[in-house]
Design a binder for this molecule. Structure first.
Ligand SMILES: [Cu+2]
Length: 235
């Protein structure tokens, strides 16, 4: 994973490490058990008097119990982290994301903080966010299954037509990276990427003001040309 720019991403990283460790332990346990069973079967075939299998059965049971408890613990840890993160705060910056073959459209609510109004700001494959801010996203798809994934913010939301997927995170550090589609969604799936930037508040405001100015000019030159997609924010 790339460097984490979010405030809660370390929780996901920790879960990933634990689940990788458990998977490795599980694989090692079953491989060693298999080796032991083969060894014992061969020994038994060559021995005239078979030895008792009690110690190995005991070890096998103990190992299995440890792993089962590890998996339960992992599930509980995932649940408690989810609960600790909770729902997005009411002051979160809201962004609508429309996935389509093969691009990402982003919609910001603009100064009135309401979606579906003339001051909405839209971008194509270009997501910029201010640092130190909670960001709440709703993701929809126009055509087929898509997986919205921002690795450096540890944010994911899988969607398909009819489903509004949600994700939220808090930006903690400035930086730049990419977002990608994680679902094979057609011929040009590999092109379905976008730029992501976490900017200082001044840089973000400057960028947003520039976009609003551009859109005002475009709307004045060609009324009704604004992109028509978008939805009322779901509570
Ligand atoms: Cu896709």
């Amino acid at each position: 994973m790339p460097p984490d720019l979010s405030s809660e991403g370390h929780r996901i990283d920790a879960l990933l490490r634990v689940s990788l460790g458990l998977t490795a332990a599980l694989a090692a346990f079953f491989l060693l058990s298999l080796a032991w069973l083969v060894y014992r079967a061969r020994k038994r075939a060559s021995d005239a008097a078979p030895s008792s299998s009690a110690p190995s059965a005991y070890a096998f049971g103990l190992g299995l119990a440890v792993l089962v408890f590890g998996l339960i613990d992992l599930a509980l840890a995932a649940g408690s982290r989810r609960a600790a993160v909770g729902p997005p705060p009411p002051d979160a910056l809201r962004v609508e994301v429309l996935a389509q073959q093969w691009a990402w459209r982003f919609r910001y609510a603009g100064p009135d903080d309401r979606f579906g109004t003339a001051d909405d700001v839209t971008t194509l494959n270009d997501l910029r966010l201010p640092v130190g801010r909670a960001v709440s996203m709703q993701v929809r798809s126009l055509d087929t299954s898509h997986g919205f994934f921002i690795p450096m913010l540890r944010a994911r939301a899988d969607t398909y037509p009819g489903r509004t997927a949600r994700t939220w995170f808090r930006t903690a550090r400035e930086g730049r990276g990419e977002l990608a589609c994680t679902v094979l969604c057609g011929d040009a799936h590999y092109q379905m990427r976008g730029e992501v930037a976490v900017l200082s508040n001044e840089q973000y405001a400057q960028w947003m003001n520039g976009l609003m100015e551009d859109q005002r000019r475009a709307a004045a030159a060609a009324p009704g040309s604004a992109p028509a997609w978008g939805w009322s924010w779901l509570p």
